[in-house]
Design a protein around this ligand. Structure first.
Ligand SMILES: [Zn+2]
Length: 148
């Protein structure tokens, strides 16, 4: 009889789900008289994950969040552009490289069309055209050199 009362678990009632559960189903909370939290571990975990999701969603789901962040980024870059000669030079180098390599961004600029109007075929065609145009220019320059 004596041992039975000793092993009998302390039961607590969760204020959230209303279930009566053994003490160790509740996190320790020394600030409380019971020494345990008033919500069970399961309910605490649920609340935690719901909070995590809400917090994550609240930032990303705000209308215009992306636009604001993009604008911030653009302004920061512009500031950097205006103050740092090195940054300015890197931008110039990048643009020169684009021209030299006839990369997609440069070709799109040449076409002067909206991004959704540019098909891969059109991009390739324009690139070919540029290669031919450059070859012709080089040839004409070579002929000029010979005629001198
Ligand atoms: Zn509970």
């Amino acid at each position: 009889m004596e041992t039975e009362t000793c092993v009998a678990p302390v039961l607590l009632r969760c204020y959230k789900c209303g279930e009566t559960k053994p003490e160790d189903e509740f996190h320790i909370d020394r600030a409380r008289i019971s020494g345990r939290r008033n919500a069970c571990k399961v309910c605490c975990a649920k609340r935690q994950s719901a909070y995590g999701k809400n917090r994550y969603a609240s930032i990303k789901d705000v209308p215009g969040y992306k636009e604001v962040m993009n604008e911030k980024c653009r302004l920061r870059n512009r500031k950097k552009y205006a103050t740092s000669a090195e940054f300015r030079q890197s931008q110039i180098d990048r643009s020169r490289r684009r021209v030299a390599e006839l990369d997609d961004i440069y070709i799109k600029e040449l076409l002067g069309l909206r991004t959704d109007e540019v098909t891969p075929e059109l991009l390739e065609l324009k690139r070919e055209q540029m290669i031919v145009a450059r070859a012709v220019k080089e040839l004409l320059n070579a002929i000029k050199e010979i005629q001198k």
